[in-house]
Design a protein around this ligand. Structure first.
Ligand SMILES: [Zn+2]
Length: 325
Protein backbone atom coordinates (compact mmCIF):
# COMPACT_ATOMS: atom_id res chain seq x y z
CA UNK A 1 0.00 0.00 0.00
CA UNK A 2 1.21 3.47 -0.84
CA UNK A 3 1.81 5.52 2.28
CA UNK A 4 1.27 9.18 1.47
CA UNK A 5 2.48 10.23 4.90
CA UNK A 6 6.00 8.94 4.47
CA UNK A 7 7.32 10.30 1.22
CA UNK A 8 10.77 11.34 0.19
CA UNK A 9 12.17 13.17 -2.79
CA UNK A 10 14.93 11.73 -4.93
CA UNK A 11 16.93 13.94 -7.27
CA UNK A 12 19.02 12.68 -10.17
CA UNK A 13 21.42 15.54 -10.80
CA UNK A 14 23.11 15.07 -14.15
CA UNK A 15 25.00 17.22 -16.63
CA UNK A 16 22.15 17.38 -19.16
CA UNK A 17 19.01 16.64 -17.17
CA UNK A 18 17.64 16.72 -13.66
CA UNK A 19 14.96 14.25 -12.64
CA UNK A 20 13.04 14.78 -9.39
CA UNK A 21 10.86 11.92 -8.13
CA UNK A 22 8.56 11.63 -5.16
CA UNK A 23 8.74 8.11 -3.72
CA UNK A 24 7.87 5.99 -0.70
CA UNK A 25 10.37 3.69 0.97
CA UNK A 26 9.30 0.78 -1.27
CA UNK A 27 10.20 2.77 -4.35
CA UNK A 28 6.65 3.53 -5.55
CA UNK A 29 6.70 6.75 -7.57
CA UNK A 30 3.94 9.26 -6.77
CA UNK A 31 5.04 12.12 -8.95
CA UNK A 32 8.07 13.18 -10.95
CA UNK A 33 9.41 16.12 -12.87
CA UNK A 34 12.20 16.29 -15.42
CA UNK A 35 13.99 19.35 -16.73
CA UNK A 36 17.17 20.42 -18.49
CA UNK A 37 20.11 21.18 -16.21
CA UNK A 38 20.89 24.24 -18.35
CA UNK A 39 23.86 26.41 -17.47
CA UNK A 40 26.10 24.05 -15.49
CA UNK A 41 28.47 26.90 -14.60
CA UNK A 42 25.74 28.70 -12.75
CA UNK A 43 24.74 27.01 -9.50
CA UNK A 44 22.08 29.52 -8.52
CA UNK A 45 20.13 29.01 -11.77
CA UNK A 46 20.22 25.20 -11.36
CA UNK A 47 19.27 25.47 -7.67
CA UNK A 48 16.37 27.76 -8.62
CA UNK A 49 14.98 25.07 -10.94
CA UNK A 50 15.33 22.39 -8.24
CA UNK A 51 13.71 24.74 -5.74
CA UNK A 52 10.63 25.30 -7.87
CA UNK A 53 10.16 21.52 -8.34
CA UNK A 54 10.50 20.99 -4.57
CA UNK A 55 7.99 23.75 -3.78
CA UNK A 56 5.51 22.19 -6.16
CA UNK A 57 5.76 18.81 -4.34
CA UNK A 58 5.77 20.39 -0.89
CA UNK A 59 2.47 22.12 -1.63
CA UNK A 60 0.82 18.75 -2.27
CA UNK A 61 2.59 16.28 0.02
CA UNK A 62 4.39 16.00 3.34
CA UNK A 63 8.05 15.45 2.53
CA UNK A 64 10.27 13.67 5.06
CA UNK A 65 13.62 13.74 3.29
CA UNK A 66 15.54 14.52 0.14
CA UNK A 67 18.15 12.24 -1.39
CA UNK A 68 20.39 13.47 -4.20
CA UNK A 69 22.29 11.27 -6.62
CA UNK A 70 24.93 13.40 -8.29
CA UNK A 71 27.47 12.78 -11.00
CA UNK A 72 31.02 13.27 -9.79
CA UNK A 73 33.18 12.62 -6.76
CA UNK A 74 30.91 12.89 -3.74
CA UNK A 75 31.73 13.08 -0.04
CA UNK A 76 28.45 11.64 1.26
CA UNK A 77 29.51 11.95 4.90
CA UNK A 78 29.91 15.73 4.72
CA UNK A 79 27.37 16.39 1.97
CA UNK A 80 29.95 17.90 -0.38
CA UNK A 81 30.59 17.30 -4.06
CA UNK A 82 34.33 17.64 -4.65
CA UNK A 83 34.10 17.81 -8.40
CA UNK A 84 31.83 16.79 -11.22
CA UNK A 85 33.47 16.99 -14.66
CA UNK A 86 30.23 17.86 -16.50
CA UNK A 87 28.69 20.16 -13.87
CA UNK A 88 31.24 22.86 -13.22
CA UNK A 89 29.50 24.67 -10.36
CA UNK A 90 29.68 21.53 -8.22
CA UNK A 91 33.33 22.16 -7.41
CA UNK A 92 33.72 21.70 -3.60
CA UNK A 93 30.01 22.47 -3.44
CA UNK A 94 28.07 22.01 -0.19
CA UNK A 95 24.99 20.72 -1.93
CA UNK A 96 23.34 19.24 1.16
CA UNK A 97 23.52 22.56 3.00
CA UNK A 98 22.15 24.50 0.01
CA UNK A 99 19.22 22.16 -0.67
CA UNK A 100 18.40 21.82 3.03
CA UNK A 101 18.21 25.62 3.24
CA UNK A 102 15.90 25.71 0.23
CA UNK A 103 13.56 22.95 1.31
CA UNK A 104 13.77 22.89 5.09
CA UNK A 105 13.98 19.09 4.96
CA UNK A 106 16.76 16.63 5.92
CA UNK A 107 18.91 16.17 2.81
CA UNK A 108 21.52 13.57 1.82
CA UNK A 109 23.76 13.15 -1.21
CA UNK A 110 25.69 10.35 -2.83
CA UNK A 111 27.21 9.45 -6.18
CA UNK A 112 24.57 8.88 -8.88
CA UNK A 113 25.80 5.45 -9.97
CA UNK A 114 25.85 4.26 -6.35
CA UNK A 115 22.24 5.46 -6.07
CA UNK A 116 21.39 3.56 -9.24
CA UNK A 117 22.97 0.45 -7.71
CA UNK A 118 20.94 1.11 -4.56
CA UNK A 119 17.76 1.05 -6.66
CA UNK A 120 18.90 -2.21 -8.30
CA UNK A 121 19.56 -3.64 -4.84
CA UNK A 122 16.02 -2.93 -3.61
CA UNK A 123 13.85 -2.93 -6.73
CA UNK A 124 15.78 -4.25 -9.69
CA UNK A 125 18.07 -7.05 -10.79
CA UNK A 126 19.89 -6.90 -7.44
CA UNK A 127 16.92 -8.12 -5.40
CA UNK A 128 17.92 -11.24 -3.48
CA UNK A 129 21.48 -11.03 -4.84
CA UNK A 130 24.36 -10.74 -2.35
CA UNK A 131 27.19 -9.73 -4.63
CA UNK A 132 26.84 -7.79 -7.85
CA UNK A 133 28.50 -5.11 -9.93
CA UNK A 134 26.50 -2.40 -11.66
CA UNK A 135 27.95 -0.64 -14.72
CA UNK A 136 26.35 2.26 -16.59
CA UNK A 137 27.26 3.25 -20.12
CA UNK A 138 26.59 6.69 -21.55
CA UNK A 139 28.61 9.86 -22.01
CA UNK A 140 30.80 8.40 -19.27
CA UNK A 141 31.09 4.94 -17.73
CA UNK A 142 30.11 4.50 -14.09
CA UNK A 143 30.31 1.57 -11.75
CA UNK A 144 29.25 0.41 -8.31
CA UNK A 145 30.23 -2.74 -6.45
CA UNK A 146 27.86 -4.45 -4.02
CA UNK A 147 29.30 -7.09 -1.68
CA UNK A 148 27.16 -8.76 0.98
CA UNK A 149 24.28 -6.41 -0.03
CA UNK A 150 26.32 -3.33 0.85
CA UNK A 151 27.78 -0.79 -1.54
CA UNK A 152 31.57 -0.95 -1.39
CA UNK A 153 32.80 2.61 -0.84
CA UNK A 154 36.52 2.57 -0.13
CA UNK A 155 38.17 5.24 1.99
CA UNK A 156 37.16 8.11 -0.36
CA UNK A 157 33.78 6.76 -1.55
CA UNK A 158 35.47 6.13 -4.91
CA UNK A 159 35.43 2.32 -5.04
CA UNK A 160 33.81 1.14 -8.24
CA UNK A 161 35.11 3.88 -10.58
CA UNK A 162 35.24 1.32 -13.36
CA UNK A 163 35.27 3.99 -16.09
CA UNK A 164 38.70 5.09 -14.92
CA UNK A 165 40.52 1.77 -15.22
CA UNK A 166 43.52 2.27 -17.51
CA UNK A 167 43.49 -0.20 -20.39
CA UNK A 168 45.90 1.11 -23.02
CA UNK A 169 49.35 2.71 -22.98
CA UNK A 170 49.50 6.41 -23.95
CA UNK A 171 45.81 6.47 -24.81
CA UNK A 172 43.41 9.38 -25.12
CA UNK A 173 43.09 11.83 -22.23
CA UNK A 174 40.06 11.07 -20.06
CA UNK A 175 37.63 13.60 -18.52
CA UNK A 176 39.45 12.96 -15.22
CA UNK A 177 42.77 14.09 -16.75
CA UNK A 178 44.47 10.68 -16.85
CA UNK A 179 45.19 8.61 -19.95
CA UNK A 180 43.90 5.47 -21.62
CA UNK A 181 40.91 4.95 -19.33
CA UNK A 182 38.00 2.61 -20.13
CA UNK A 183 35.76 5.66 -20.56
CA UNK A 184 37.95 6.90 -23.46
CA UNK A 185 37.42 3.58 -25.26
CA UNK A 186 33.84 2.43 -24.69
CA UNK A 187 31.66 5.48 -23.93
CA UNK A 188 29.33 7.20 -26.43
CA UNK A 189 31.87 9.92 -27.28
CA UNK A 190 34.60 7.24 -27.69
CA UNK A 191 32.54 5.37 -30.30
CA UNK A 192 31.84 8.58 -32.16
CA UNK A 193 35.52 9.60 -32.02
CA UNK A 194 36.66 6.21 -33.40
CA UNK A 195 34.10 6.38 -36.19
CA UNK A 196 35.04 9.92 -37.28
CA UNK A 197 38.79 9.18 -37.08
CA UNK A 198 38.37 6.22 -39.42
CA UNK A 199 36.12 8.23 -41.70
CA UNK A 200 38.75 10.98 -41.86
CA UNK A 201 41.30 8.34 -42.94
CA UNK A 202 39.17 7.75 -46.00
CA UNK A 203 37.14 4.73 -44.85
CA UNK A 204 33.89 4.22 -46.70
CA UNK A 205 30.56 4.19 -44.85
CA UNK A 206 26.94 4.73 -45.81
CA UNK A 207 26.62 7.03 -42.78
CA UNK A 208 28.69 9.69 -44.60
CA UNK A 209 26.19 9.87 -47.47
CA UNK A 210 23.27 9.84 -45.05
CA UNK A 211 24.54 12.94 -43.19
CA UNK A 212 25.58 14.50 -46.52
CA UNK A 213 29.11 14.99 -45.24
CA UNK A 214 28.09 16.88 -42.07
CA UNK A 215 30.07 14.97 -39.41
CA UNK A 216 28.40 16.89 -36.57
CA UNK A 217 25.21 14.89 -37.27
CA UNK A 218 26.92 11.57 -36.50
CA UNK A 219 25.97 10.02 -33.17
CA UNK A 220 25.75 6.54 -31.65
CA UNK A 221 22.05 5.91 -32.51
CA UNK A 222 22.88 6.64 -36.15
CA UNK A 223 25.98 4.42 -36.09
CA UNK A 224 23.84 1.67 -34.49
CA UNK A 225 21.15 2.04 -37.13
CA UNK A 226 23.68 1.52 -39.93
CA UNK A 227 25.44 -1.27 -38.03
CA UNK A 228 22.14 -3.17 -38.05
CA UNK A 229 22.09 -2.82 -41.82
CA UNK A 230 25.57 -4.32 -42.03
CA UNK A 231 27.61 -1.11 -42.55
CA UNK A 232 31.16 -2.30 -41.93
CA UNK A 233 32.63 0.80 -40.28
CA UNK A 234 29.57 1.22 -38.03
CA UNK A 235 29.91 -2.39 -36.83
CA UNK A 236 33.66 -1.90 -36.33
CA UNK A 237 33.15 1.24 -34.18
CA UNK A 238 30.67 -0.58 -31.93
CA UNK A 239 32.91 -3.66 -31.77
CA UNK A 240 35.85 -1.44 -30.77
CA UNK A 241 33.86 -0.33 -27.70
CA UNK A 242 32.46 -3.81 -27.03
CA UNK A 243 35.94 -5.35 -27.02
CA UNK A 244 37.04 -3.20 -24.06
CA UNK A 245 33.71 -3.77 -22.31
CA UNK A 246 34.39 -7.50 -22.58
CA UNK A 247 37.90 -7.06 -21.17
CA UNK A 248 36.64 -5.04 -18.18
CA UNK A 249 33.80 -7.45 -17.47
CA UNK A 250 36.36 -10.28 -17.45
CA UNK A 251 38.43 -8.30 -14.89
CA UNK A 252 35.33 -7.94 -12.71
CA UNK A 253 34.52 -11.65 -12.98
CA UNK A 254 38.09 -12.72 -12.17
CA UNK A 255 38.58 -10.15 -9.41
CA UNK A 256 35.26 -10.31 -7.55
CA UNK A 257 33.52 -13.55 -8.60
CA UNK A 258 30.12 -11.81 -8.44
CA UNK A 259 26.71 -13.46 -8.80
CA UNK A 260 25.53 -10.86 -11.26
CA UNK A 261 26.80 -8.04 -13.43
CA UNK A 262 24.03 -5.55 -14.19
CA UNK A 263 24.46 -3.30 -17.22
CA UNK A 264 22.57 -0.04 -17.55
CA UNK A 265 22.64 3.36 -19.21
CA UNK A 266 21.40 4.87 -22.45
CA UNK A 267 24.33 3.65 -24.53
CA UNK A 268 23.35 -0.04 -24.20
CA UNK A 269 20.68 0.35 -26.86
CA UNK A 270 23.32 1.67 -29.26
CA UNK A 271 25.55 -1.34 -28.53
CA UNK A 272 22.72 -3.78 -29.26
CA UNK A 273 23.95 -4.77 -32.76
CA UNK A 274 27.18 -6.17 -31.24
CA UNK A 275 25.89 -7.12 -27.78
CA UNK A 276 26.18 -10.88 -28.34
CA UNK A 277 29.89 -10.51 -29.13
CA UNK A 278 30.37 -9.95 -25.39
CA UNK A 279 29.32 -13.53 -24.73
CA UNK A 280 31.27 -14.89 -27.71
CA UNK A 281 34.53 -13.24 -26.60
CA UNK A 282 34.45 -13.25 -22.81
CA UNK A 283 35.49 -16.90 -22.48
CA UNK A 284 38.92 -15.91 -23.85
CA UNK A 285 39.62 -13.80 -20.74
CA UNK A 286 37.37 -14.76 -17.83
CA UNK A 287 38.14 -17.82 -15.72
CA UNK A 288 35.77 -20.69 -16.47
CA UNK A 289 34.28 -21.33 -13.02
CA UNK A 290 33.31 -17.72 -12.13
CA UNK A 291 32.20 -17.15 -15.73
CA UNK A 292 29.83 -20.09 -15.48
CA UNK A 293 28.36 -18.75 -12.23
CA UNK A 294 27.92 -15.09 -13.16
CA UNK A 295 24.77 -13.77 -14.79
CA UNK A 296 25.30 -10.76 -17.05
CA UNK A 297 21.97 -8.94 -17.37
CA UNK A 298 20.54 -5.61 -18.46
CA UNK A 299 18.89 -3.28 -15.97
CA UNK A 300 15.13 -2.93 -16.33
CA UNK A 301 14.72 0.15 -14.15
CA UNK A 302 15.12 2.72 -16.89
CA UNK A 303 15.67 6.42 -16.44
CA UNK A 304 14.12 6.64 -12.95
CA UNK A 305 16.74 4.38 -11.33
CA UNK A 306 18.94 7.11 -9.82
CA UNK A 307 16.14 9.38 -8.58
CA UNK A 308 14.23 6.46 -7.04
CA UNK A 309 17.40 5.03 -5.48
CA UNK A 310 18.26 8.46 -4.05
CA UNK A 311 14.70 8.89 -2.74
CA UNK A 312 14.77 5.54 -0.90
CA UNK A 313 18.30 6.27 0.33
CA UNK A 314 17.14 9.60 1.83
CA UNK A 315 14.16 7.97 3.56
CA UNK A 316 16.35 5.19 4.97
CA UNK A 317 18.90 7.70 6.27
CA UNK A 318 16.13 9.79 7.81
CA UNK A 319 14.66 6.69 9.48
CA UNK A 320 18.10 5.47 10.61
CA UNK A 321 17.70 2.19 8.80
CA UNK A 322 21.10 0.63 9.27
CA UNK A 323 21.72 -1.17 6.03
CA UNK A 324 23.39 1.53 4.02
CA UNK A 325 27.08 0.97 4.74
ZN1 LIG B 1 39.42 8.74 -16.27
Amino acid sequence: MKDKNALGIGIDLGGTKILVSLVDISGNIFDSKKFETGDTDNGSVVLEKISSALKNFKNKYTILSIGIGSAGFVDYKHGIIHSSPNIKFLNEYHIVEEVRKLAGVETYVDNDVKMGAFAELHLGEGRGVDDFVFITFGTGIGGAIVVGRKIVRGIDNLAGEIGHLALVKDGYVCGCGKKGHFETLSSGPAIKRYFIEQLSCGRATKVFDFVKGDLSLIDVPLIAKFAKQGDELSLEALNYAMHYITIVISYIINLLNPQKIILGGGLLEGLEPVYDNLFDEIGKYALDIPLKSVKIVKSKLGENAVSVGAGIFGLMKKNNIDELW
